[in-house]
Design a protein around this ligand. Structure first.
Ligand code: NAI
Ligand code: MG
Length: 496
């Protein structure tokens, strides 16, 4: 970790907060309170204490934000793409300049280890760099119709876009949504999760300093019911990008449908990591550990199921359990390997999943209970946990737990591993560890998932499209695919 980040993290840990956090709504290029004066507190999951408050918006603030984004659309959509690109590129550089403060704010808000938060901040900067580079390359096609016609397509921005962001990756999810939207010429209204409002507000301030005109990106903080629901139902919104739970996503799709507003839904998963007997075991161990314990398992693309070939099951589990028991746990600002869960409510949800598994007779080989920061005795922590040898139909195999809980399934061979990999209603990502290229590519072909990682879990970045199949959602973010949701194609056909 850089010295400057370490120093700021140490100061924030001692103070229990970070000074100077934005704490109002960002609408039409200005900070302002919620119309009804509402406020909320944000908690530091590592200490279970509130550390800062922010504005709790409501429908009237959403109306203001959408009106502002509608008014800004005419100017922004006609701004030359190269100028849009320059502003986004400046924002990327400024995110890097403010990286320490952004990482510490993210760490306090989400709880995650500050080193992971710094990685997320870098990811947000990459999103702006990447889509800055794409802004002036949104070309259409020319279509041959014979000598009597000229036909071509235009890629036009869809209009005002809404971004509903969850609490697990606030800055990177916000960036991966708004960077392509702004590059394409859309305007944006961001609704951060009520648990983690700060980095979206900080990002809005940075974008303004980078030269983004007022109204092009508004941020309305507050709850899902008070802000999210009126935003996705607003007739001024032309696309909704939602990341979160399936239950909420289904409701978002239903309310967007009333205005025939398009949606991208990223709804999480129960992703398998297939580890075959011929794998590089060290690489597979590192991959499985990162896949389930990054952000304490609170990641849609967590490798929450280990599908391991029986031949190596005992050795692999023994080594995995040893490594799991050695993980350091504590307040995110001390940069441990495992931080807390995001809220008391979420902690009890994870706990009840594991209790139920135990009651069904599941073998808990390590972990299994809630715990606290060993330095302070506080915080919302859950031990890294492994449940061994579960049948395919077990709820711990089928349901998203969203915590540091790995469900192990044993396969006799690669064929059975494929069946087990596909045994849930989700289809977000899958990891494959094998040295056999043919087996790897066959599994990559046959596993139903939006993305496949071969021999390195979480491989790729902003360049690689990301999204789910089946109950994991639809639409793709990141990569050039990620621009599609923000463009509408117009074909122009002229008789000459
Ligand atoms: P959620 O899906 O309710 O929240 C996600 C976002 O949607 C938040 O910004 C929230 O304020 C907003 N929201 C809530 N109700 C809304 C509504 N009616 N209209 C518009 N926006 C609304 O998820 P929650 O309650 O935070 O977590 C529940 C579970 O969802 C977690 O335990 C986890 O399993 C899953 N989840 C999955 C995520 C992913 O990355 N796919 C991220 C967060 C949670
Ligand atoms: Mg918080």
């Amino acid at each position: 970790m850089r010295d400057s980040l370490k120093a700021l993290a140490t100061r924030a840990l001692a103070a229990g907060t970070l000074d100077g956090l934005p704490d109002r709504l960002w609408i039409d290029g200005a900070w302002r309170p919620a119309r009804d004066g509402g406020r909320m507190e944000s908690f530091d999951p590592g200490s279970a204490r509130p550390f800062a408050s922010f504005a709790a918006g409501a429908a009237a603030d959403v109306d203001d934000a959408v009106a502002s984004s509608e008014a800004a659309f005419a100017g922004w959509s006609r701004t030359p793409p190269a100028e849009r690109a320059r502003i986004l590129a400046r924002a990327a550089a400024m995110i890097r300049e403010h990286a320490d403060r952004l990482a510490v704010a993210e760490c306090l808000d989400v709880g995650k280890p500050v080193g992971e938060a710094a990685g997320d901040v870098n990811g947000a900067a990459r999103a702006f760099e990447y889509y800055a580079g794409a802004a002036d390359k949104l070309q259409g096609d020319s279509i041959p119709l014979g000598p009597d016609y000229v036909a071509f397509t235009l890629r036009e921005p869809v209009g005002v876009t809404a971004h509903i962001v969850p609490w697990n990756y606030p800055i990177s999810t916000t960036a991966r949504g708004i960077a392509p939207a702004l590059a394409a010429g859309c305007t944006a209204v961001v609704k951060p999760a009520e648990q983690t409002p700060f980095t979206a507000l900080m990002l809005a301030g940075i974008l303004a300093e980078a030269g983004l005109p007022p109204g092009v990106c508004n941020v309305v903080t507050g709850t899902g019911e008070a802000v999210g629901a009126p935003l996705v139902a607003h007739e001024g919104v032309r696309h909704v990008t939602f990341t979160g739970s399936a239950e909420t996503g289904i409701g978002v799709m239903q309310s967007a449908a009333r205005n025939v507003t398009s949606v991208t839904l990223e709804l999480g998963g129960k992703s398998p990591v297939v580890v075959l007997a011929d794998c590089d075991m060290d690489a597979a161990l590192a991959g499985v550990l990162g896949a389930i314990y990054e952000n304490a398992g609170q990641i849609c693309s967590a490798g929450a199921r280990l599908v391991v070939e029986r031949q190596i099951h005992d050795e692999f589990l023994e080594r995995l359990v040893e490594r799991t028991r050695g993980l350091t746990l504590g307040h995110g600002l001390r940069n441990p390997q495992l931080g807390p869960l995001s809220s008391a409510e979420h902690l009890s949800k994870v706990e009840s999943h594991v209790k139920a598994a135990r009651a069904r007779g599941a073998e808990v080989v390590t972990g299994g209970t809630a715990t606290v920061d060993p330095m302070t005795g506080a915080g919302w922590f859950f031990q890294p946990t492994i449940l061994d040898d579960l049948p395919a139909g077990d709820p711990a195999v089928q349901e998203e737990i969203f915590g540091p809980v790995l469900s192990v399934q044993i396969a006799e061979d690669a064929e059975e591993a494929l069946r087990l990999a596909n045994c849930t209603r989700n289809g977000l990502v899958a990891g494959i560890y094998t040295r056999d290229l043919t087996t790897a590519l066959r599994l990559a072909r046959d596993i139903d998932a939006g993305q496949i990682y071969v021999n390195e879990y979480f491989a790729g970045g902003i360049e690689t499209p990301f999204g789910g199949n089946r109950m994991s959602g639809f639409g793709r973010e990141k990569g050039l695919e990620g621009l599609r949701a923000y463009c509408k194609v117009k074909s122009v056909t002229a008789r000459i």
